[in-house]
Design a protein. Structure first.
Length: 203
């Protein structure tokens, strides 16, 4: 069984990760944002900016009691380019590994994927894919677009390298908003990425 959770906003991942995690689980959170706010640090108060913090045990007690599911050291964030000040502090304090777009540009996505797999060595993996990690020119159908995102090939290559590890057990596809989309491009992009993560190969 390979659960795929479709959203909707990213707060659904509190439930999906809690549901799939059996013992230690590595979480690869692919997103323009860190989703690492708490009610105290969040400028907007939006709960879809909080799920990764909740999964790491930070946030409203009614959420953390229900959903705390992972060790912060077992989380890798990839593609981040918009962080709130409180999130930056919390990510450092909690020891979350972050590959921002700066690192994607400097190191290349293939190396980052390999490093993430090595860092999470031995753990079953959950991939949480937020459509807003993609560049908005490719994926306009999101609520919080941020310029300077992953290209088509960077996103596919990341999924392909993760697929080749054979360790990915589950996937979230979130933040696709059909009302904001153009001719279903964002949804189709996400379907293609899911296929790559499930092992679709060019050759
Ligand atoms: Mn997100």
């Amino acid at each position: 069984m390979f659960p795929i959770l479709l959203g909707g906003d990213h707060s659904l991942s509190m439930g999906s990760v809690s549901g799939v995690a059996r013992g230690r689980t590595g979480v690869i959170w692919v997103d323009a944002h860190a989703d690492f706010n708490t009610p105290e640090t969040s400028p907007s108060g939006n709960i879809h900016g909080m799920p990764l913090a909740v999964l790491c045990g930070l946030g409203h007690p009614r959420l953390t009691e229900a959903f705390r599911a992972v060790n912060p050291e077992d989380v890798v964030l990839i593609g981040v380019r918009s962080l709130d000040p409180g999130e930056k502090r919390l990510l450092k304090e909690m020891g979350v590994r972050v590959y921002a777009m700066h690192e994607v540009d400097r190191l290349g996505i293939a190396r980052i994927a390999e490093e993430a797999l090595a860092y999470l060595e031995g753990l079953p993996l959950h991939v949480s894919l937020d459509a807003d990690v993609l560049d908005p020119t490719l994926a306009p159908g999101v609520g919080t677009p941020v310029p300077g995102g992953l290209t088509y090939r960077e996103a596919h290559l990341l999924m392909e390298v993760l697929a080749q590890s054979g360790r990915v057990r589950s996937l979230d596809l979130v933040e696709v908003n059909p009302i904001l989309d153009e001719k279903n491009r964002t949804a189709e992009m996400m379907v293609g990425l899911a296929l790559s993560l499930l092992g679709k190969r060019i050759l």
